[in-house]
Every structure is written in structure tokens, then in C-alpha cells.
Write a protein that binds this ligand. Structure first.
Ligand code: PEP
Ligand code: MG
Length: 757
């Protein structure tokens, strides 16, 4: 027969609290009053008091037994004030046999507490935040045991739920105390994708509801926990196994470290302890999660804060295994003005959402998610990242404005802010409608110069953009994006299939496939290279492709197969020395020969080009022009190397740049060389998509621009309002301009000549 444990200590106390919580027709205040008297009784203490955190960061005495009744709802302490305030400010329990001798003791005559010698208090925590303090006092000097403190902490968890119901404080005040404020907040992050969005906050990772806090049967709860832990371990092992297909490295190490955390004896035994004290398994996990959050929240050490996120994530996973199949499918609960909030997110997770619902994305992380930004760009979703702790400041369904261009978000915006952003969005949409009407009109300047406008792409969905914008073709297909959106290297068949679909759906428009440009900030989750000091100048792009030719061969094989009988345009990224281009071309030739030997239909036409992204290549133009069918300037990288200015560092992002005479002269040199040898030239960095910059590019002779799809309309409008002749003359007059940046001068030109930008 199973042994029935007698109800002892906290379990007995919790069982009583559960009855109080379950009783009907009782106000929350009456419940608090009962709770303090039960706890005092249990602790054989003269005083038990509950302080609740109110708006304005004050702790108000809400219920007490043993203190003067007049003090209730009148005694208030600031956070940090007195022993109670100190417990709240430190988020830690405090037990003192001589409370009055403590330097933080603050005497409140209205309470009559001068006669009490000893005190033990614990923070009331919810979501890792202090929402009150629970304290017990004894008249005589006594010490409190660890077990008693644990009992109080467990009890505090139940009280936290009571405070969180909006009867005691009211919804608005509750909000004001939960770490956010009701005030509008503007947070500065970094732009991961520009654009404007207004919508309602939806969390990517939904909170798991706590239905039952107190249990009758710790043994059963322990069994549930053990089962969930085993399941969770199994799931993590599976993740590790899935990563076996990669060549090991950091990714697997991270998962293994994660597995180690999941086995952390301290973490698991604290959960078991909370179960022993009478909580359900899920409440116990939540309690330990709260404690860990409270402990780590004030940590400034990044490593430790990251560990907190690990434990937080583990707790979430464990809760999911405990609760079983919960309706975590937020995809069913989206409004069509959803602003998605996430700590971090992979590109595949973003692609899982139905694009039509997602207006914008807010991320606490950022730098490691640049590949997500590229996907977001393809989907035209504004994203702001690097917003530390932003999620704690936002409630579900609150209004959020994303100002992607300026890397800002506005939480609960004031009426005036909301109105001005609504107006801005409206005029943006009106503009979009105008741009859409230009879809089938050519991008031809006032003086009849035809400009080819193309899109940058990386996903199959981009083909819709190609057709919707009326762009001439795809000037840059970033083949690494499908690689990033995978959990293993796509094999030749999968790649062939994808490239074939892209070609088939593009209605004969020209596509330039760029071979794999991984490394730098674009890592494949399943193929991590070793850490580098300067990854963007490190082992990336063609350097990897030539060192691991099998990757390049497979990719080129897939491209040749997918294109049989059609035109194929291939370009190689990050060529620094012309010999790298020769080597890459040789590999391509091997694949063409192989296809022929296999009896595949020959390509109709093949063009092989180079991305000019490294300044050194500009000094090898003669050889380059002789061997290259076309050149595409990758200005994002080119300018970061030309100006020694990290393209992903927001502090220096606008410091130098293309609209300096240095940038303009450098590009002019390339344009002239290409013209002389009649080599087709295009430019596919971000600048090609900014109307004013694009105007300058046309002014110095570029006739082929490739950009994100949403820029096609604005750049076309600019082109059609521009006289190249006048601009060329104007640019000549700027040659000796003293300022390094001529952006302002170009703006003046555009305004004076009615150029739409
Ligand atoms: C560039 O460097 O300008 C470019 C288009 O390539 P990516 O942004 O993918 O590095
Ligand atoms: Mg580049």
C-alpha cells in the first residue's frame, strides 16, 4: 500500500490557504486577512503582515494580524525603506533575531511594532518581480530556520496570485506595479529592417497558465515532474542528435551545455523542495523560475544574465512537458495587426507565421539574428532589435509602434504620438498606392535614359515580389538564405528543386544567382565555423567555397541542373584576388562538363560575374574586365572595407558612406572602366534602394540597380522625375566640394529640380 504522508509544515499551511482561496463569496481583502492570521498561528508568531507594492513604488500594509488595525492601508514604505523595503529592494528573504538592532530598522509608531524583537520576511514574487512582502514577527528574540523561510516563500507564491487578480489594486494600478508603467515608453534598439508599423503586442512564446498551485499529493507531483524531466531530456537529446549531421563545433557544444543545465541538480532539487512544501509540479517550477529571475535580474554580468535566460527557457520547456499538449499555437490567435515580440527567433520560426497577420517584429536580441533580418526584409516586415528587457515592459495586446527606420519602438504611445504615426503610416500607404500604379511603366528618366530596376531576393516568396513590383529581374539572389532556413546542408536535389522553382516562377525574367555567402554575420546554425575576431573580414563567402570545394560543386551542380536549356547567371561573392575568380570559374566548368557528360541539355546562355565588394579588386580591373561577363557592386561590403567601418555597427553606420566624394569617386572609377570595356555593371547594396543615393548612382553612370522589393516603387518614381544630364553637370561642380559628405547638396538638387525622393 502506498504510504500516505501526514500533512506537515507548509503542506498543512498550503492546504488551508487553498481552502481560503477556494471559498466563495469572500473578497480578496478578506482572504488576505484570513491568510495572515493562519500564518501567524502556524509560526506561533505575534505578527504576520502582508505589504503590497502599489503604484509609485510604495509598499502598503494591506493585511496584518498583531499590528494596530489603523496601520492597515495607512502604513507605507518606499522600496528600500526599513527592513520590509529592503526585502523588496533586494528581492531576497531576511531573517533577524534582533530586528531592531539592524541598521535598516525603521520605526513606525502607528503600527505598535516596537515590542517585536525578531522578524522574518520574504519577497512576494511574480514573473521574477517583487509585488509585495510577507513578514512574520515574534516578540521574543528567536531565529528562523531555513525550512521556515522556505515555507514562507512557498506561501508567498500563493499570495502573489491573489495580488495579481485585479480586485485588490485594480487593473491599471496592477499594470503600474509589474515593472512596466502605464506611461508611454520609447525604447532605442537597432534597426534590423526599416519601415513603420502600428499594432497590438503578441508574444511569440506564450505564458503557460497556472491552473492549480497547491497539491494534496507531493509524491504524485514528484512523479509528474520526473516524467516531464525525462521527456525534456529526451527532447534535448534529440536536438543534439539532429545536430550530428553538422560537423560538430559550437552548435552542438551549446546544446550539450544546455543539456547540462537541464540536469543541474541544484535547480531540480529546488523544484523538488517546493513540491515537498505543497506546490503542484508546475507551481514549483514557476516558483524556482521566479526566484532565479529575481536573483539574476539585477546582474550586470552578461554571462550570468544569459544563464538566466537558459534557466528561464528550460523552465518554459519543462512547463510545456508538464502541462502536456497546451494550446500554444499562437498562429491561431493572431490579429491582422500583430506586432510579434520575441527574445530571439530563427528565420524558420518567422516564416512559420502567416505573413498577412504580422505587421512588425520586436526582438530583445539582435546581432546574432541578422539572418532573420534578411528574411524579414524579404517579407517586408519592420524589425527593431537589441531591445534588452523590452518584453518585461509590454503586456499582451498593448499598442506598439515600430519605427524601424530609426530603430525605435513606442510602447503605449500617447494619443499625440499615435496620431502622428498613424498619419505617417497613412501617407506612406498612399505613396505605396502611387508606386503600385507605376508597376507597368518603365523606369525611364526625363531625358530618356532607361534604368533597369531589379530586386534582391533569397526566398521563394520573393518571386511574388518580383512579379508584383514589375521589377526587371532579380539582380541578386542570396542563395545562403535557403541554407540558413534549414537544419542541415540542403543536398543537391533539394537545391535543384528550389532553384528550378525560382526559375520557373520568374516568368523568364533575368535572375543572378550569387553563390553561397556564409560566414561574417551569416552563420549556418548546423555548420558553425570557429570564432573569429573579425568575421566579416574572415573566412567567408568565396574563401569558404574554394577551401571546401565540395560545397561549391554541389551548389553549382544544382544550378546547372535547374537551368538546363535556359539562361544561367552566376556570380561569386567577396572576390579579393582575380585568381579566386579563375578558380571558381574552373569549378563551374567542371560542373558544366559533368552535366554534358551525363547527357543533360546544355545551357542556353551562361554569364559568369563577380561581386565587387573588396576595394583591392578595383585595382585588378584589367584582368577582371577581361574575364568577367558582368560586375555587380556589393556596396554594403565595399564601403565597410573602403572606410574601415563595420556595416553592422549602428554607431558608425552613417558616419562615412557612398554620398561622400570619396565614395562617389571610387564608384565613378569602376563605372568608367566598365564602360570602356562594355562590361555590364550593376549595384546591389542597400544604397541602390534609397532614392537619393540611387539618384547619385544614376548620376555617375549606373544604369542597373538591384534593391529590396519595397524600394522599387520609390526608386522608379525618383528615376522618372530625374534629368540625368542636369545631375551629371551638378555632380561635376561638386568635385572640389570641401565637405566629405555631399548628401545635403544632392538633397538640394533634388528639391530644386522636383525630383521625387
Ligand atoms: C553587399 O555586400 O553589398 C551585398 C549585396 O551583399 P550582402 O549584403 O549579402 O553581403
Ligand atoms: Mg556582401
Amino acid at each position: 500500500m502506498p504510504r500516505i504522508k501526514p500533512l506537515t509544515g507548509s503542506r498543512l499551511l498550503l492546504a488551508r490557504l487553498r481552502d481560503i482561496m477556494a471559498s466563495n463569496d469572500v473578497t480578496q481583502q478578506a482572504r488576505l486577512d484570513k491568510i495572515v492570521s493562519i500564518i501567524a498561528n502556524d509560526f506561533v508568531a505575534e505578527v504576520c503582515s502582508i505589504y503590497v507594492l502599489r503604484a509609485g513604488e510604495v509598499l502598503e500594509l494591506f493585511a496584518a494580524t498583531g499590528l494596530a488595525p489603523e496601520a492597515i492601508h495607512s502604513t507605507r514604505l518606499a522600496i528600500g525603506e526599513g527592513l520590509i523595503g529592503r526585502i523588496a529592494s533586494k528581492s531576497r528573504p531576511l531573517a533577524l533575531s534582533d530586528a531592531q538592532g539592524h541598521p535598516y530598522f525603521s520605526y513606525r509608531p502607528e503600527t505598535g511594532e516596537e515590542i517585536f524583537q525578531s522578524l522574518v520576511g520574504v519577497p512576494i514574487l511574480r514573473g521574477g518581480r517583487v509585488t509585495g512582502v510577507l513578514a512574520v514577527q515574534n516578540q521574543t528574540s528567536r531565529s528562523y530556520t531555513e525550512e521556515e523561510i522556505e515555507i514562507l516563500e512557498t506561501t508567498a507564491m500563493v499570495i502573489a496570485e491573489l495580488i495579481a487578480s485585479d480586485e485588490l489594486l485594480g487593473k491599471d494600478e496592477l499594470r503600474a506595479t509589474d515593472g512596466s508603467t502605464l506611461m508611454p515608453i520609447t525604447l532605442d534598439g537597432i534597426r534590423l529592417n526599416g519601415g513603420l508599423a502600428i499594432g497590438k503586442a503578441i508574444f511569440h512564446e506564450r505564458a503557460i497558465p497556472m491552473i492549480k498551485l497547491v497539491s494534496d499529493d507531493p509524491a504524485k507531483e514528484q512523479q509528474r515532474l520526473d516524467k516531464a524531466v525525462i521527456e525534456m531530456h529526451g527532447a534535448i537529446d534529440q536536438m543534439i542528435d539532429d545536430s550530428e549531421i553538422s560537423d560538430g563545433g559550437d552548435h552542438k557544444d551549446i546544446l550539450k551545455a544546455y543539456r547540462m543545465f537541464a540536469e543541474d541538480v541544484g535547480w531540480l532539487s529546488r523544484i523538488t523542495e517546493a513540491i515537498d512544501n505543497g506546490l503542484t509540479a508546475e507551481a514549483a517550477v514557476e516558483k524556482v523560475r521566479n526566484d532565479t529571475r529575481a536573483r539574476f535580474r539585477k546582474q550586470t554580468n552578461r554571462y550570468l544574465r544569459e544563464r538566466m535566460h537558459d534557466f528561464d527557457d528550460l523552465a518554459h520547456r519543462l512547463l510545456q512537458h508538464l502541462v502536456g499538449k497546451i494550446d500554444n499555437n499562437i498562429h491561431n490567435n493572431l490579429n491582422n495587426d500583430t506586432i510579434l515580440l520575441a527574445r530571439n527567433m530563427g528565420p524558420a520560426e518567422l516564416l512559420d507565421y502567416d505573413r498577412k497577420y504580422i505587421k512588425g517584429l520586436v526582438l530583445e536580441g539582435g546581432s546574432s539574428t541578422t539572418h532573420l533580418a534578411i528574411v524579414a526584409r524579404a517579407l517586408d516586415i519592420p524589425v527593431v532589435g537589441k531591445l534588452e528587457d523590452a518584453l518585461d515592459k509590454i503586456e499582451p495586446l498593448e499598442t506598439i509602434i515600430i519605427d524601424g527606420d530609426n530603430g525605435q519602438i513606442h510602447i503605449r504611445p500617447s494619443q499625440i504620438t499615435l496620431q502622428s504615426f498613424t498619419n505617417a503610416l497613412k501617407s506612406k500607404n498612399e505613396q505605396l498606392a502611387i508606386f503600385a500604379s507605376l508597376r507597368d511603366i518603365p523606369a525611364i528618366t526625363e531625358d530618356n535614359i532607361m534604368i533597369s530596376l531589379n530586386i534582391n531576393a533569397g526566398l521563394l516568396t520573393d518571386i511574388d515580389n518580383l512579379l508584383e513590383t514589375g521589377a526587371d529581374g532579380i539582380g541578386l539572389f542570396r542563395t545562403e538564405i535557403p541554407f540558413m532556413d534549414n537544419n542541415q546542408f540542403p543536398n543537391v536535389d533539394r537545391q535543384t528543386d528550389l532553384y528550378r522553382q525560382i526559375i520557373q516562377h520568374s516568368e523568364g525574367k533575368e535572375i543572378i544567382f550569387r553563390t553561397l555567402d556564409i560566414g561574417g554575420d551569416k552563420n549556418l546554425p548546423y555548420w558553425n565555423t570557429y570564432k573569429e575576431e573579425n568575421p566579416s573580414m574572415g573566412w567567408r563567402a568565396i574563401r569558404i567555397s574554394l577551401d571546401k570545394p565540395v560545397i561549391l560543386r554541389h551548389q553549382l551542380r544544382a544550378l546547372v541542373r535547374a537551368t538546363e536549356g535556359q539562361n544561367l547567371n552566376v556570380m561569386f561573392p567577396m572576390i579579393t584576388e582575380i585568381t579566386e575568380f579563375y578558380a571558381a570559374k574552373n569549378i563551374l566548368q567542371l560542373e558544366i562538363d559533368r552535366a554534358e557528360a551525363k547527357g543533360r541539355k546544355p545551357l542556353k546562355n551562361l554569364k559568369v560575374g563577380v561581386m565587387l565588394e573588396v576595394p583591392a579588386l578595383a585595382y585588378q580591373m584589367t584582368a577582371l574586365l577581361e574575364h568577367s561577363d558582368f560586375i555587380s557592386v556589393g556596396s554594403n561590403d565595399l564601403f565597410q572595407f573602403l572606410f574601415a567601418s563595420d556595416r553592422s555597427n549602428p554607431r558608425i553606420a552613417d558616419r562615412y558612406g557612398p554620398l561622400s566624394m570619396t565614395g562617389i569617386n571610387f564608384l565613378t572609377h569602376i563605372v568608367k572602366q566598365c564602360k570602356l570595356s562594355d562590361t555590364p555593371l550593376s549595384i546591389c547594396g542597400e544604397i541602390a534602394g534609397r532614392p537619393l543615393d540611387a539618384m547619385a548612382l544614376i548620376g555617375i553612370g549606373f544604369r542597373n540597380l538591384s534593391m529590396q522589393a519595397s524600394s522599387i516603387g520609390p526608386v522608379k518614381a525618383m528615376t522618372r522625375s530625374l534629368s540625368v544630364n542636369k545631375l551629371e553637370q551638378y555632380l561635376m561642380s561638386l568635385q572640389d566640394h570641401p565637405s566629405h559628405n555631399v548628401r545635403e547638396k544632392l538633397r538640394e538638387f533634388a528639391i530644386d529640380h522636383n525630383v521625387i525622393f
